[in-house]
Design a binder for this molecule. Sequence first.
Ligand SMILES: CC(C)(COP(=O)(O)OP(=O)(O)OC[C@H]1O[C@@H](n2cnc3c(N)ncnc32)[C@H](O)[C@@H]1OP(=O)(O)O)[C@@H](O)C(=O)NCCC(=O)NCCS
Length: 164
Amino acid sequence: MNLRLKESADEAALRAIYEASFGQMTEATLVQQLRMDGDLILSLIAYTEEPVGHVAFSRLSLDAVPSIKGCGLAPLAVIPAGQGQGVGTFLVEEGLKRMRAEGYDLVLVLGEPEYYGRFGFTTTLARQLKTLYDGPYLQALALSEKGKEAHGSISYARAFAELK
Ligand SMILES: CC(C)(COP(=O)(O)OP(=O)(O)OC[C@H]1O[C@@H](n2cnc3c(N)ncnc32)[C@H](O)[C@@H]1OP(=O)(O)O)[C@@H](O)C(=O)NCCC(=O)NCCS
């Protein structure tokens, strides 16, 4: 697959990806809201001839340890026709690389441990945290030694709180 990754605010592409993957606009609207609120750190779109996948990273804060720089990975989607060909992996790995380069210490994600485990996310680190999404699907990845010290209450970007 000839893939191109682009940091982009292409809203038509976002809507097309989330409509095809989830059959709804909630996630595309969430990304828009995160951007408007100034909470979006990275929005990466994967293109072949058409947009095939997207991942976003947004700001979150650790109330007890504000010196730890944290972010949330969400949402992530690949259109059905593009799934199982490494697009999701490419998006996540590139996103994590950029977050590490930007000095982020910790990434949180909510999803299938079987999928996110391959990138090093664990539920063990997530259990030290108190979030809106506590449970078996919340996972964390430390990008630095400091990230491993993460604990306590997490405040997600406002757009997530409004989804609940
Ligand atoms: C989940 C998703 C982002 C993965 O992207 P992708 O490009 O299809 O994934 P990749 O090609 O990089 O990786 C494929 C691998 O992930 C696995 N996988 C895909 N979806 C999975 C899921 N929901 N749970 C567990 N494993 C999953 C595949 O079995 C495959 O495993 P293998 O490498 O051992 O064969 C994509 O399938 C998707 O958008 N699905 C629908 C929306 C969704 O469920 N999003 C929430 C993500 S938690």
